[in-house]
Design a binder for this molecule. Structure first.
Ligand code: AMP
Length: 212
């Protein structure tokens, strides 16, 4: 293990969630996972204060305010007792600086995909309303029974932010706010690697980077 704090960065629908799941298969005991997006979706479902505050930002496809996010993510990264993968934090330079200031010095994996592929994936995505498992409407990873989660049998639906208007805004947010994080961290001596997720050996590349 090269570093026990691992940051996954990628534009919406770059495929980082899928690669993260395949990486953790058989390794879930060895790693912790911090997915800020999943925590926010859970908070919304449970109607917590955080969930209520985050909802409008998420539906608009823009970033939730930094103080809410940093208060959630930084303690989780600091208190991890195993190597931890952070999926979706930091997402702007303010958050990245707060992370470095908190003494967290991670390895970063950037998941790259072309914008048009990202758009198509977003519009084809289904998500389980109960367990969060994701599927596609196309041949890539459809559910065994239409509209039903293979894992828990609950109904599948669309994510509220997977419509073309919001997808465009999220891509723009990524370009303007998240992409500069990569440069910022690299300039602060953080190791950054890029994986092209449309490459057939993307999963092997990830294993090589994190385990070998
Ligand atoms: P995701 O599931 O990672 O695509 O995140 C869904 C939404 O949650 C984003 O569009 C943002 O509104 C919000 N979100 C997730 N991570 C962050 C973050 N690090 N900073 C601010 N907002 C976030």
């Amino acid at each position: 293990m090269r570093n026990d704090k691992i940051i996954f960065i990628g534009k919406p629908n770059a495929g980082k969630g899928t690669l993260q799941k395949s990486f953790l298969e058989g390794r879930s005991e060895e790693f912790e996972l911090l997915s800020v997006g999943d925590l926010l979706r859970k908070a919304r479902k449970e109607q917590t204060e955080l969930g209520k505050k985050a909802a409008a930002y998420m539906d608009a496809g823009i970033l939730v305010p930094d103080e809410l996010i940093c208060g959630l993510a930084i303690p989780a990264l600091q208190s991890a007792t195993k190597p931890i993968i952070s999926d979706g934090f930091p997402r702007n330079v303010y958050q990245a600086k707060a992370m470095l200031d908190a003494g967290i010095s991670p390895i970063v994996i950037e998941f790259y995909v072309d914008d048009n592929v990202a758009r198509e994936r977003a519009l084809n995505r289904l998500i389980c309303e109960k367990c969060g498992e994701t599927y596609t409407l196309n041949q890539f990873h459809p559910p065994l029974v239409e509209g039903i989660c293979d894992k828990c049998g609950s109904p599948l639906g669309k994510r509220s932010d997977d419509n073309s208007e919001v997808v465009e805004r999220r891509l723009k947010e990524y370009q303007e706010k998240t992409l500069p994080v990569i440069n910022f961290l690299a300039c602060n001596n953080i190791e950054v690697h890029t994986i092209d997720t449309s490459s057939s050996n993307a999963a092997d590349q990830l294993i090589k980077l994190l385990i070998d």
